[in-house]
Design a binder for this molecule. Structure first.
Ligand code: PMP
Length: 410
């Protein structure tokens, strides 16, 4: 792999064509990266090249285009395996995204392994995608889903978590980074605690992969799931990574073509990993595009990119502290990419609408974290979320737009 280029925000911005446009008559300030990141030319071109030049189904073809498509599709799997330090490329299962990955684990592993009386722990900070699949499986098997308490700062309450852990806890599922507050959980401390009582550990990496490097082996989790569209890849494609013994022991989630070895009315046998979990025609263009996103990220000095992003967050906090009526929501010690806040006396959706008129794109609402919002007694927040292509000027534009929102709304 070539050495990554020195980080240069202006050069990076030039790779993202969407950032050059004006919205509502103003140059776009895109601060909704936690919802989805923008795509560099390299990703857009890889998808377009596939459709223009070698569109074909994978694995089954006996012609040149099918071979080319299969080669590109499987090359993405190899580069993804290296990207998250998977011991084998076969442990990378292509999914539609984090939500599907979590549902596969809850259904395929959960239904086969959980029973009445077992406990599943998830924190109050989790995205609905890391709560609802567990509630669904718990209801089926008679297990319970217990929330892990959080602190007023928006961090997992480690003492409360320790007190919950006993041999009835069979599964703990953490987000690595909170999409609502940006909290980076101390997984190096939390995972060994769960492991010590014999629990399975799942990590929802949706908000982590776009910000820093992931090493699934160093984390020590059993499963890791994420979405391509939050790491500069396309929508509709993501990854379920799992430990080999677990993936081998799990029944398939969907049945159909590709996931079988032989089919007969007297009995069907299943394909090897990863294909056992990849029934039907996959999102071939999506997987190829995601492979291009991995190559793009590999070409960037990611530590410098993270430092740039973090400096923007610090600059934002500084400005926020001097902005009358702004209430920051959550003050985690370690925070990645997200600034959640309220403007006193206003509703988040009104603020979002007014700043959109000035070309500033943020997200407002509960951010698919209703249990967190009810813990904090809030209807929702305004969330500005950052990526490495954002600039200090974007932050200044955000606060300029907020000033206008204040005059308009108060
Ligand atoms: N978990 C977290 C922490 C997220 O931020 C999101 C997306 N907002 C998801 C899960 C769900 O991801 P997707 O919609 O791509 O499946």
């Amino acid at each position: 792999m070539a050495e990554p280029k020195k980080f240069n925000c202006e050069a990076i911005r030039a790779d993202f064509p969407i950032l050059k446009q004006t919205v509502n008559g103003h140059p776009l300030v895109y601060l909704d990266n936690a919802a989805t990141t923008q795509k560099p030319n390299a990703v857009i071109d890889a998808i377009s090249h596939y459709y223009r030049s070698y569109n074909s189904n994978v694995h089954r073809g006996a012609h040149a285009l099918a071979d080319q498509a299969t080669e590109a599709f499987e090359a993405s799997r190899t580069s993804m395996a290296q990207f998250i330090n998977s011991p084998k490329r076969e442990h990378i299962i292509w999914t539609r995204g984090t939500t599907e990955g979590m549902n596969i684990i809850a259904r395929a592993w959960g239904e086969a392994n959980l029973k009445a009386g077992d406990k599943i722990l998830v924190s109050h900070l989790e995205h609905h995608a890391n709560i609802v699949p567990w509630q669904m499986v718990a209801k089926k098997v008679g297990a319970t889903v217990e929330p892990i308490a959080i602190t007023p700062e928006g961090e997992i309450d480690i003492a409360a978590f320790k007190a919950q852990l006993d041999s009835s806890v069979k599964c703990v599922s953490f987000g690595q980074v909170s999409n609502a507050l940006g909290t980076v959980h101390p997984l190096d401390e939390l995972i060994p605690l769960a492991k010590a009582v014999g629990s399975l550990v799942i990590v929802d990496g949706a908000q982590a992969v776009g910000h820093f490097e992931i090493d699934v082996q160093a984390l020590g989790c059993d499963f890791y799931v994420f979405s391509g569209h939050k790491m500069f890849g396309p929508t509709g494609v993501g990854v379920l990574w799992g430990k080999e013994a677990l993936l081998e022991s799990m029944p398939p989630f969907l049945g159909g073509g590709e996931m079988i070895e032989t089919v007969s009315f007297s009995g069907t046998t299943f394909n090897v990993l990863p294909y056992k979990f990849e029934a039907g025609t996959p999102d071939i263009a999506g997987v190829i595009g995601l492979g291009a996103a991995v190559s793009y990220l590999n070409s960037i000095d990611r530590k410098a990119a993270y430092e740039h992003e973090h400096a923007l967050l610090e600059y934002t906090w500084e400005k926020a502290a001097n902005f009358d009526g702004l209430i920051r929501v959550g003050q985690p010690k370690v925070c990645a990419g997200v600034f959640s806040f309220l403007l006193e006396g206003t509703h988040p959706s009104d603020v979002g609408m007014i700043i959109d008129q000035q070309g500033v794109a943020v997200r407002t609402g509960h951010h698919c974290t209703q249990p967190l919002m009810s813990e904090f007694g809030l209807p929702g927040t305004v969330r500005a979320s950052f990526s490495f292509y954002n600039t200090k000027d974007d932050v200044d534009r955000l606060f300029g737009a907020l000033n206008k929102a204040k005059t308009f709304l108060l």
